[in-house]
Design a protein around this ligand. Structure first.
Ligand code: PLP
Length: 823
């Protein structure tokens, strides 16, 4: 780059300027005219138009970063659940009104074009969405940051239902073009796999090891804009796509074995083919380890070769970069950087270790033992033989330290080993991350405490200075400004628009909770949001809901620990009480219970729970009396786009995991910020939400974490709850006797026997407490003034849950990097 890289200028920020740019795109890029264009043509032209308004800022940001060489944050994440890009870009550039008017002048409706965008679903749930919120906040805060990940050709599957059962369909999101990405094949990177290592003596007579890979794959970067909110900054998200090496082309000529060559090409390209649809339950598949190494190796190489000046002294790497590991998926980066420094740059081992340890930090996202990733040594040795050697050496030196500091406590040494011995020899990735990273953080106060006290207790004693907390957050741009324009307008009218980038200012709304006129307008916004949802569900799913009922929403991945079954038992109990005449319809607060959840395709129990929800829904919704006051809606394929309409419409947010199982949750934050009240356990970030919004504005129920642990310790006995609780017995009886399965007792037998047997998540233990809390909900909802007062206070007191605050915490506690604002 020269001193004065000339930069293109943006199109004019006016309706005429926008129309001109749009028509140019439609004619010259899409090659069509308005009279003959499809909605997709128009969407693509619109996306490119908006893109052009961001381009100059993007180039400027890139050049500024290159010139200033500041310390940068590289966020390494196997998932980015981005959601649609168009609206976010329009908001960042303040073009919503101009675009609306410009399109209208051409006889087009922005709302129709918006619908043409297929959201890039490159993530499963909370973890991937968190990465998307974080890069949004980093850009908005002008922090030099780059997101690295995988450009999956197929993202999270599209869910449909057949007879109430989940069916998965491939998500071919690239089919109609991806106007937000920029492929850069000229910056491709080569990554090795397999082969063997060999010893040799270098020119200085030092014994060294080197890797001779058996096969290679190319990584092609695809860049995405990450626009800051009206701050002149656009950061980059760089996603890697796998290609066969060029040696493949030669092979075709040299050997004429076309079929074999094509097979190996397919083999290479499989690496970025599909996102693994598992949330919290890794399956340890070989291709998954290939994906992890592929994107991390590409990213490290990219940073060193492309973003550092030529000749940069890598001993100073920690001054320029911190690699944040989003869960264990990118942890293979630790031995990879060691390999690059020692094998490729001739570093002494100790120097390389000193650099590496300062370049990484690890975020743990779970408390479930089965979610802690391990890779069999056999697989690691076959795929990444040099990395396995490096891991062994890291482990040997670490365990020597442990042995020395513990006075030879061999039990402790075995417990802390990065290599597990049972049930097979395997690399514990969370331990490798803890040993090799400068910091380890949990994602909510309770979670971080449990990491220190339980999951990583030995490590917390050994490295107390490494452990810290950063409570998760969500971006107010997407989840309030974009998703809830009604509420955003009301807030801005009351306190100005500073809250969009300084969410603590929502506090200024607190006095307005006492203002009857403000509450009335708040209820008006909620009602309009419900109408918007009615519309969406009607168009998208053919589901009819009644917007005058309480909207009770549970949306998140389907997992036993999240306890969708507890919500369902509440539904079944209300159904039972009405049909048996115990409860008069007139005395029931009308509710619409909305579920949204995908299950991992191999998670049998989760899929049965989906079927049960749909079957209960069918019976409830068609019952002449019950359906007047209780309805179940389960729109298929819950994703970010659906969340954007669903969350702002909700009255009640269901956050009901067993205490000690949900690391943080972020759905809980989205709902509170949009004025839903939470019914929740003392788990994850619920604890902090309740503390901030106040007990009067939160429906707490259930076991605490210490209580749940104590029960697990002495042995959970679900039958004791069952025997003592008639209402519970009756609810389970209805399911077991086939009331929701056309009389077939076998259909949901496994679900019932699990609740009465092994259930690690103690659904029955919290049943009564949950029902009691739901009665408090009904009572509170009966007073609309008091309810909306609580709802306003939820909004006013949830500013803490902005991902901007999370980023400030990471910057201060972990990254030690600084913003580089636009000049
Ligand atoms: C926020 C979000 C999640 C995470 O929800 P939790 O309730 O925290 O599990 C999952 N999926 C989507 C689409 C989201 O937007």
């Amino acid at each position: 780059m020269t001193e004065n890289t000339p930069l293109i200028s943006s199109p004019e920020h006016s309706v005429e300027g926008f129309v001109r740019e749009f028509m140019r795109e439609l004619n010259f890029s899409q090659g069509t005219v308005l009279e003959r264009s499809t909605v997709n043509d128009e969407y693509l032209a619109l996306a490119r138009t908006v893109r052009h308004y961001l381009m100059a800022q993007w180039m400027e940001t890139t050049v500024d970063h290159y010139r200033a060489q500041p310390k940068a944050v590289a966020y390494l994440s196997a998932e980015y659940l981005l959601g649609r890009q168009l609206d976010n870009a329009l908001i960042a550039t303040d073009l919503v009104e101009i675009a609306t008017e410009a399109l209208a002048s051409l006889g087009l409706d922005l709302a129709d074009l918006r619908e043409a965008e297929v959201e890039p679903g490159l993530g499963n749930g909370g973890l991937g969405r968190l990465a998307a919120c974080f890069i949004d906040s980093l850009a908005t805060m002008s922090v030099p940051a780059i997101g690295y990940g995988i450009r999956y050709e197929y993202g999270i599957f599209r869910q449909t239902f057949a007879d109430g059962r989940q069916v998965e369909e491939p998500d071919n999101w690239l089919e109609y073009g991806s106007p937000w990405e920029f492929a850069h094949p000229e910056h491709e990177v080569t990554v090795g796999f397999g082969g063997h290592t060999e010893k040799y003596t270098d020119d200085d007579g030092v014994e060294r090891s080197r890797w001779v890979p058996g096969w290679r794959v190319l990584g092609v970067p695809h860049n995405y804009m990450v626009p800051g909110y009206r701050n002149g900054r656009v950061n980059t998200l760089r996603l890697w796509s796998a290609r066969a090496t060029h040696a493949f082309d030669l092979k075709i000529f040299n050997y004429g074995d076309y079929a074999e060559a094509v097979r190996s090409q397919t083999f290479a390209e499989n690496i970025s083919k599909v996102l693994y649809p598992e949330d919290s339950t890794p399956q340890g598949k070989e291709l998954r380890l290939q994906q992890q190494y592929f994107f991390v190796a590409c990213s490290i190489r990219d940073f060193i070769d492309q973003l550092l000046p030529r000749g940069f002294d890598l001993h100073r790497l920690p001054e320029r970069i911190v690699f944040q590991l989003n869960d264990t998926h990118p942890v293979i980066g630790i031995p990879e950087l060691m390999r690059v420094l020692v094998d490729e740059h001739g570093f002494e081992w100790d120097d390389a270790w000193d650099v590496t340890r300062r370049c990484f930090a690890y975020t743990c996202h779970t408390l479930l033992p089965e979610a802690l990733e391990v890779w069999p040594v056999e697989l690691m040795g076959r795929l990444l033989p040099r990395h396995l050697e490096i891991i062994y050496r890291i482990n040997d030196e670490f365990l020597a330290d442990v042995r020395e500091r513990s006075g030879g406590d061999e039990l402790l040494v075995r417990r802390m080993s990065i290599i597990a011995e049972h049930p097979e020899r395997a690399v514990r990735m969370a331990y490798l991350a803890t040993v090799g990273g400068a910091r380890v953080n949990g994602v909510a106060e309770l979670h971080s405490q449990l990491l220190r006290d339980k999951v990583l207790a030995d490590f917390a004693s050994f490295f107390p200075e490494k452990f810290t907390n950063v409570t998760n957050g969500v971006t107010p741009r997407r989840f309030v400004k974009l998703a809830n324009p009604g509420l955003s307008g009301l807030i801005t009218e009351a306190i100005g628009d500073g809250w969009v980038t300084d969410l603590d200012r929502l506090r200024e709304l607190e006095p307005l909770a006492e203002d009857a006129e403000f509450r009335r307008r708040f209820r008006e916004v909620k009602a309009a949001n419900k109408d918007r949802l009615v519309d969406l569900l009607r168009r998208r799913d053919g589901i009819e809901i009644d917007p005058s009922t309480m909207l009770d929403v549970m949306v998140k991945r389907l997992h036993e620990y999240k306890r969708q079954l507890l919500k369902l038992l509440h539904v079944v109990t209300v159904y039972d009480r009405i049909t048996t005449g115990e409860l008069a319809v007139a005395g029931v607060t009308p509710r619409t219970v909305v579920f949204g959840a995908k299950a991992a395709p191999g998670y049998v129990m989760a899929k049965q729970i989906i079927a049960l929800i749909n079957h209960v829904g069918a019976v409830v919704n068609s019952h002449p009396e019950v359906s007047g006051v209780l309805r179940v809606a389960f729109p298929a394929n819950y994703n970010v786009t659906v969340a954007e309409t669903l969350v702002p419409a909700a009255d009640l947010s269901e956050q009901i995991s067993l205490a000690g199982k949900e690391a943080s949750g972020t759905g809980n934050m989205k709902f509170a910020l949009n004025g839903a009240l939470t019914i929740g356990t003392d788990d994850g970030a619920n604890v902090e939400i309740r503390k901030l919004v106040g007990d009067d504005n939160f429906f707490l129920f259930g076991l605490t974490e210490p209580e749940a642990s104590a029960i697990a310790e002495r042995g959970y006995r679900p039958t004791s709850y069952y025997e003592e609780n008639e209402s519970l017995r009756r609810a389970l009886h209805l399911i077991a006797t086939g009331v929701f399965s056309h009389g077939d007792r076998s259909t949901f037998e496994p679900v019932v026997s699990n609740l009465l047997g092994e259930d690690r998540f103690m659904v029955l233990a919290d049943y009564q407490s949950y029902l009691d809390a739901q009665e408090r909900v009904d009572a509170a909802y009966a007073d609309p003034e008091a309810w909306s007062r609580s709802a306003v206070l939820n909004v006013a007191r949830s500013g803490f849950f902005s991902s901007d605050r999370s980023m400030r915490d990471y910057l201060e506690r972990i990254w030690h990097a600084e913003p580089l604002p636009s000049s």
